[in-house]
Write a protein that binds this ligand. Structure first.
Ligand code: HEC
Ligand code: HEC
Length: 356
């Protein structure tokens, strides 16, 4: 039997990653080569609401195709309408991140994939074994997994499930926007005059590209780093002196006990590293397809891109840990409008492909 599965594995097709205008080469981990079989399985799992405690939630419930693989609410809603503390990020081009979640607490897409299923307010399943069992109870899954991984069904583990979901997410690559055709494709007609001026504001006076990086040959619009740009800090500032005093005394647990769930979430990267300077830091998000994923920021607190521009223009919410690259920009009304037009030019041309 194993030999048959091995043969099937050899027959299964390893596929290269997409390479679109404006995007870098995608690195595929050596221990999880991309195959059509795994991608197809991952896609089914991604859309399968049986993988939740009450059969109502799949990954696609929050990461919705029509909303650029994000959703349209400030904070994610999981099983039984339970409200999470954070805004759902897009999964488009998440394959390029080297850390996952707003605070970077997961390191690979494989590692990330199981988290939501066991999260009590997302899919709400109780154990990895329960996930494996749901898959084994479906004879189609059982056969497809055996083929995709060349294993007898008895050896199916959570690792295979994560690898399949991660493989599917590596296909959600979206480049080739009007900006890419203008900047990398040298088609000067691809952007309106306003959007082209907006690109200059983005790189110079607005200082945006300091963090939302654009390189000479590709642009992810993220430097994969963490910054405090002040979001949510207006609600944390009052507690900050007492909080930091307790942290300095080495009683981090006691310090965290003072805070509401929302304030805890605002601590951001600090909760991963325990380093004081990481308070309020979040990962620089990719800005591609940003027009599709309102509301914005880790807490969904900003409704529109116009308001995002205003937020940066006034220099963010002041706080002790605010990054030095966030300061009042003194943009003119025209520059704000141009910046907005520029962000609207970042929508990819190949989004239709994902509905197939
Ligand atoms: C209830 C809504 C919800 C469901 C269901 C859900 N997610 Fe998410 N997802 C979120 C939220 C909210 C975050 C950000 C959480 C954070 O940063 O703390 C997130 C983050 C992610 C990230 C990290 C993206 C980044 O920018 O770092 C990936 C990848 C991801 N989800 C994949 C999945 C997969 C795969 C599933 C199904 C197994 C899934 N999600 C189910 C809401 C959801
Ligand atoms: C110091 C680094 C830095 C600079 C400079 C910066 N950003 Fe950001 N940006 C971030 C981080 C970090 C976040 C996420 C913050 C959060 O979720 O709390 C973010 C979030 C955003 C978002 C929301 C993304 C989403 O998916 O919710 C937009 C839009 C945005 N920035 C645009 C801009 C523009 C336009 C400028 C220039 C005017 C700019 N940024 C300057 C780091 C930066």
């Amino acid at each position: 039997m194993n030999i048959i599965f091995l043969l099937l594995l050899l027959l299964s097709s390893t596929v290269g990653a997409e390479h679109l205008l404006g995007l870098p080469e995608l690195e595929i981990p050596a221990d999880n080569p991309l195959t059509n079989e795994k991608i197809a399985l991952g896609k089914r799992l991604f859309n399968d609401a049986r993988l939740s405690q009450d059969g109502t939630i799949s990954c696609a419930s929050c990461h919705q195709l029509d909303n650029g693989f994000a959703d349209d609410v400030p904070k994610a809603r999981g099983i039984g309408g339970k409200l999470g503390t954070r805004n759902t990020p897009t999964l488009l081009n998440a394959a390029y991140f080297n850390s996952f979640f707003h605070d970077g607490r997961a390191h690979t897409l494989e590692q990330q994939a199981v988290g939501p299923m066991l999260n009590p307010v997302e899919h709400g399943l109780s154990s990895e074994q329960q996930i494996v069992q749901i898959v084994l109870d479906d004879s189609e899954y059982k056969t497809a997994f055996a083929v995709a991984f060349a294993i007898p069904p008895a050896q199916l583990s959570i690792t295979h499930i994560s690898q399949a979901i991660a493989s599917y997410q590596r296909t959600l690559i979206a480049g080739d926007s009007a900006f890419d055709r203008y900047y990398f494709g040298r088609d000067k007609s691809a952007l309106s005059e306003s959007a082209a001026r907006g690109l200059r504001v983005f790189r110079r006076k607005g200082n945006c590209a300091n963090c939302h990086e654009i390189s000479w040959n590709q642009a992810l619009f993220s430097d994969n780093r963490f910054y405090n740009i002040g979001i949510g800090m207006d609600k944390l500032n009052d507690k900050l002196p007492a909080f930091t005093a307790l942290v300095l005394q080495g009683t981090r647990q006691q310090a965290e006990a003072m805070l509401s769930a929302e304030q805890l979430s605002t601590l951001g990267r600090f909760r991963v590293t325990g380093v004081m300077q990481d308070i309020g830091k979040f990962k620089t998000p990719i800005l591609r397809n940003i027009a599709l994923t309102a509301p914005y920021m880790h807490d969904g607190s900003i409704q529109t891109l116009t308001e995002v521009v205003d937020y940066y223009d006034k220099g963010g919410h002041k706080n002790r840990f605010l990054d030095a690259a966030i300061f009042p920009l003194k943009l003119t009304a025209q520059e704000k409008q141009d910046l907005l037009e520029f962000m609207l030019s970042l929508t990819s041309s190949n989004l239709e492909d994902f509905s197939k």
